[in-house]
Design a protein around this ligand. Structure first.
Ligand code: PBG
Length: 337
């Protein structure tokens, strides 16, 4: 039946009747955002007492473990289910192969261990990729032409994921876009007895200019220089390819999939959700955050309203949840009603 046959024509049909009052608008609202939908990405560095602002991400700071603990506590208090950790690695530890990513006593395993000890009810997620650890800023090991070598990189990623799982992480999130890495990581996790470790695959991750501020935050921008990630991250013109990537990751053992960036790729999110009907997430990335912050700082946009509208748009487009640097703000607004 088409919509024309179902609804009365004007004046019997007046769609504005349902928009007249707040109570009817609430009654017929199709999608809602809740704190349960939020994953909060944070940057963590060595040291103590650290709260270092990231200039291209106003309101975002790099924390040390001790200053991160109150942030984690706020997540628990506000009902945010998961904290996603991104490391700022000491440049002295960066190497061409990024092997520090596999060290059991590294920053991330220590932070994961402490967070899970203090806040067992808070989900902790870690990124599986080598870019914070490589001297050249690419997500994997490169050959003489700067090409990221798939299989060698995957072996290191597997070790990185195993290290994170041994530290007690709940969710590993491979963001590297190597072929076959989800299957390799899943097999290794099962083999090591980590049968409960969830994999959230960055399945449709595009080679996007919207990651700029993130690369400032983790300190990989300078190392990366003029080179890009187009030989492994997806071409922004493609959408059928996103479905193939998601299909592969699900077959290889992903529990949840992700589309990234967020707002410019809502069409991809909708296609993925409609095609696979699996837990699907969107990442409102650093550049999206920076855009909204910059416009709000200039008084050009109403900060709180655009934040909530942008997050609701992910829900409407089919997301089960959103990784967003606005998670704490949004959860506070939701609580305040
Ligand atoms: C690392 C990674 C990136 C982001 C998440 N994990 C950067 C990149 O791929 O260059 C971007 C997140 C953001 O921009 O907020 N592989």
């Amino acid at each position: 039946m088409s919509q024309h046959e179902v609804f009365a024509d004007f004046p019997a049909g007046r769609p504005r009747r349902l928009r007249r009052d707040d109570f009817t608008r609430r009654l017929v609202r199709e999608n809602r955002l809740a704190a349960d939908d939020l994953i909060y990405p944070v940057f963590v560095a060595e040291g103590s007492g650290l709260r270092q602002p990231v200039p291209s991400m106003p309101g975002v700071e790099r924390y040390s473990l001790d200053t991160l603990l109150p942030v984690a506590e706020q997540c628990v208090e506000l009902g945010i289910p998961v904290l996603a950790l991104f490391p700022v690695i000491d440049p002295a530890l960066k190497t061409p192969d990024g092997v520090a990513a596999t060290h059991a006593d590294g920053l991330i395993p220590r932070v994961v261990g402490e967070l899970k000890r203090r806040f067992p009810q808070l989900g902790v997620m870690t990124d599986v990729a080598l870019d914070p650890y490589t001297s050249h800023g690419q997500d994997g090991v490169i050959d003489d032409d700067g090409y990221v070598i798939n299989e060698i990189t995957t072996e290191i990623l597997v070790r990185q994921a195993l290290t994170q799982a041994a530290a007690g992480v709940d969710i590993v999130a491979p963001s590297d876009m190597m072929d076959g890495r989800i299957g390799a990581i899943r097999t290794a996790l099962e083999g090591a007895g980590h049968i409960h470790t969830r994999i959230m695959a960055y399945s449709a991750k595009y080679a996007s200019a919207f990651y700029g501020p993130f690369r400032d935050a983790v300190g990989s921008a300078a190392n990366l220089g003029k080179s890009n990630k187009a030989a492994y991250q997806m071409d922004p013109g493609n959408i059928d390819e996103a479905l193939r990537e998601v299909a592969l990751d699900l077959r290889e053992g992903a529990d949840m999939v992700m589309v990234k960036p967020g707002m410019p790729y809502l069409d991809v999110l909708r296609r993925v959700k409609d095609t696979f009907r699996v837990p699907t997430f969107a990442y409102q990335v650093s550049g999206e955050y920076a855009m909204l912050k910059a416009a709000a700082a200039n008084g050009w946009l109403d900060h709180d309203r655009v934040v909530m509208e942008s997050l609701l748009a992910f829900k409407r487009a089919g997301a089960d949840g959103v990784l967003t640097y606005f998670a704490l703000d949004a959860a506070r607004m939701l609580r305040a009603g």
